[in-house]
Design a protein around this ligand. Sequence first.
Ligand SMILES: [Zn+2]
Length: 132
Amino acid sequence: MQELLSINGKFLGIDWHFWKVVGWAGNLVFSARFVVQWYATEKRKEVTVPQAFWWLSLVGSLLLLSYALFWEKSSVFIFAYAFTWIPYMRNLVIHRRQKAAKKTCPQCGNRSLAAANFCSHCGTALPEQGGV
Ligand SMILES: [Zn+2]
């Protein structure tokens, strides 16, 4: 196992230093968002983008932008991550507003649209305003 992880005496053959750790952490966090999104979609059996997807996108892209700015100093790499935080932030704001506007079913906990009168999951009558 140690031989598999160590190439030329380096872990995974990578010349590790602070910015390499930041860059690889960014890669791992950014990649984790696909696993989170896939899991949420499989769980609900419909295409779902959970709030965690946008947080992982934001944190991962900022780590990669830091790596690009302070270590790689590549204009192509910097540009690739320079503006991606804007839609991630916007989606987090919209997600928060949508969540606040939804009603929670007192019977099953399912979240329904604010305008809904009955739970789409179990049919229970939903409270008039806000949630439980
Ligand atoms: Zn319900």
